[in-house]
Design a protein around this ligand. Sequence first.
Ligand code: FES
Length: 110
Amino acid sequence: MITINFKRGQETIPVQVDEGMTIMEAARDYGDLPEIPGDCGGCCACATCHIKIDESWISKIGKVKEGSFEGTLIEYEKGYDPNTSRLGCQIQLNKEHDGLVVHLLDNHKI
Ligand code: FES
């Protein structure tokens, strides 16, 4: 198990997940976080899994690739930041990501 630290403002919500899950699944299925409905189930079609990677982790996770399918979907999202925004369903977690800090957005809160 690894721990992902979701940030909602100043609040930190640690969520334990199995390796191989995505950030979207960690938030939706393990953490039950309403900010990430993950409507399309992870097929990179809805952008409701938009999150921001903490700057201290971006070198490990990587920025969104311009012109990629993810990039074209995410760039119109409210609050998009090319340096930190990612779609949570496109990031698969492994043990290197233990302790990862992810900032939640309330764009899609239901
Ligand atoms: Fe739909 Fe990520 S869950 S794009």
